[in-house]
Design a protein around this ligand. Sequence first.
Ligand SMILES: [Zn+2]
Length: 271
Amino acid sequence: MPEGQVSHRNAGRFTRCLVGQTIAEAWSTDPRVRAQRLDTRLVGETITAAEARGKFHILRFSSGRTLVSHLMMSGAWHLYANDTAPAGRPVMLGLRVPGYVATLVRCPNVQLLEPGAPLPGRVKALGPDMLDPEVDPGPALRAALSAITPGREIGEALLDQRVVCGIGNVYKSEALFLSGVDPWRPVGSITPAEAEAIGQTATGLLHTGTLRRGPISTYDPPGWLPSWGPSGQTWVYGRHRKPCRRCGTAVRAHGQGDTHRTTYWCPVCQR
Ligand SMILES: [Zn+2]
């Protein structure tokens, strides 16, 4: 699932492979994206920067234009060496530069901003990015939680990208389990030490996620060799009614917050 680890991993790959390159071809098979005429507007643009802000992808161009995309629940940016890019597949946006093809698939959430246009309000409203190297995640989360309504549940607040950004539904459940904090506790009851632990744990998991492609893994079974790739296993996420990996109690699951995203937790290990 694309959380902050994916946008930051992609920004790193784009920086290595696309920045400094000029777009030779741009195309879309999706009518909603074609209406923006990105095929003609992007050709000839030189990519000057690739950034991640929370779960947003931002590409900057020499003309001053900015391309903003968000993968929502199921989108993906793929990057291929020129001769390995699959032909004829539906793409929301395809970009060809010398040596590489980048494709945005399954999510039409892409917008090209003209020079000087402000970033969309949803980007400007983002809280501190937990993967920004200039953000100290423990103090950042502690400060962010102290500034919001104390009655909000910690599991809901962590998903609010205006509080801090980058943490999605998987890392939320996993970081709270590893920090021993019940996701239903009100933010006002979270101690500064707990807030810092949650922030550092979540960011550690996200950082590991930037280094490994494939399904999110936070738990590697005994004997698992990292060279095999991500195990795709977790401590509690997706493990409703299965035994807690620490205490054996059945893992619980319930929708939380206005968006009703499913939170997983161990009622014994998390207090
Ligand atoms: Zn447990």
